[in-house]
Design a protein around this ligand. Structure first.
Ligand SMILES: C[S@@+](CC[C@H](N)C(=O)[O-])C[C@H]1O[C@@H](n2cnc3c(N)ncnc32)[C@H](O)[C@@H]1O
Length: 210
C-alpha cells in the first residue's frame, strides 16, 4: 500500500522513535499488510530462514514443542514448517500481524507481550525462537529472563539482535552475565547478515538453558 506520494508505510517509519507498546502496536497494525513484501523487497531480511537453519543444528527432534516469541506474520513459522517441525506456537502483541500468521502452521497463536509475564508455565517449551524482536524501540535485554523461564532446562533458545542495539541495549553484558550465573550456556554467538538490502548485520545467539 502506498500513500499519495507513492511512499510505502515503511519509508516513513523510524522505529527508534517508538516510546511504548501502544506506539509499537500502532506501527504493526499499519504495517501488517505490507510487512512480508517489505521484508523481502525493501529490507532483504534473512533472519527468519537463518535462525531456523541454526536451530535445526541443535534441535533434531521435529516434534519438540517450540514457541516463536514476537512471531509477527509468521515468517519464522513458515520456515519451521518447511523444515518439518510440527509442534510450534506463536505469540505477539499485534493482532493484525497474528491474523496473517494464522495460515503458517502454528498449533496455537496467542496475543501477549514479552514485557509482561507470558501466559506459559515455567519450562513449558523445549525451545524458543525470538527473531527480529530485539531491535530499535522494541524490547530490552532484561526480558531475556522471561524467555529462559518458559524453556525447560536443557532446552534451546535462538534469538537475534539487531547490531544497532547490541551494545546500547546491554545485550553483550546480559548474555555474558546469564552465562556466568549458570542460567544458560552460550552455544553460539555469531554476527551475520540480517537485513541485506539495508546493509544491517545482526547477532544470532543460541543458548542452552541450564
Ligand atoms: C520486526 S517484527 C519480527 C516478526 C517476526 N518474528 C519476523 O521475524 O518476521 C517484530 C515483532 O515483534 C512484535 N513485538 C514487539 N514488541 C513485542 C512485545 N513486547 N511482545 C511480543 N511481541 C512484540 C511486533 O508486534 C512484531 O510482530
Amino acid at each position: 500500500m502506498t500513500n499519495k506520494k507513492g511512499l510505502k508505510f515503511y519509508d516513513n517509519l523510524d522505529l527508534s522513535k517508538t516510546q511504548n507498546e501502544d506506539d509499537l502496536m500502532n506501527v504493526y497494525q499499519k504495517w501488517a499488510a505490507d510487512y512480508d513484501d517489505d521484508n523481502d523487497n525493501l529490507l532483504g531480511t534473512v533472519s527468519q530462514p537463518m535462525s531456523v537453519q541454526i536451530l535445526q543444528e541443535y534441535v533434531k527432534n521435529k516434534e519438540l514443542k517450540i514457541i516463536d516469541v514476537g512471531c509477527g506474520t509468521g515468517l519464522v513459522g513458515r520456515e519451521l514448517e518447511r523444515a518439518g517441525f510440527v509442534n510450534f506456537d506463536g505469540i505477539d502483541i499485534s493482532k493484525e500481524m497474528i491474523d496473517i500468521a494464522k495460515r503458517r502452521g502454528y498449533s496455537n497463536l496467542f496475543i501477549g507481550s514479552l514485557n509482561n509475564k507470558l501466559p506459559f508455565t515455567d519450562g513449558e517449551y523445549d525451545a524458543a525462537l525470538c527473531v527480529g524482536v530485539f531491535t530499535h524501540g522494541h524490547i530490552g535485554s532484561d526480558r531475556l529472563d522471561e524467555l529462559v523461564r518458559i524453556v525447560k532446562p536443557g532446552g534451546i533458545i535462538c534469538f537475534t539482535i539487531n547490531e544497532g542495539v547490541y551494545a546500547s541495549y546491554g545485550f553483550n553484558s546480559k548474555i555474558k552475565r546469564l552465562e556466568s550465573e549458570h542460567v544458560w550456556k552460550v552455544i553460539e554467538l555469531r554476527k551475520n547478515d540480517y537485513m541485506v538490502k539495508k546493509n544491517v548485520k545482526g547477532f544470532y545467539c543460541i543458548v542452552e538453558v541450564q
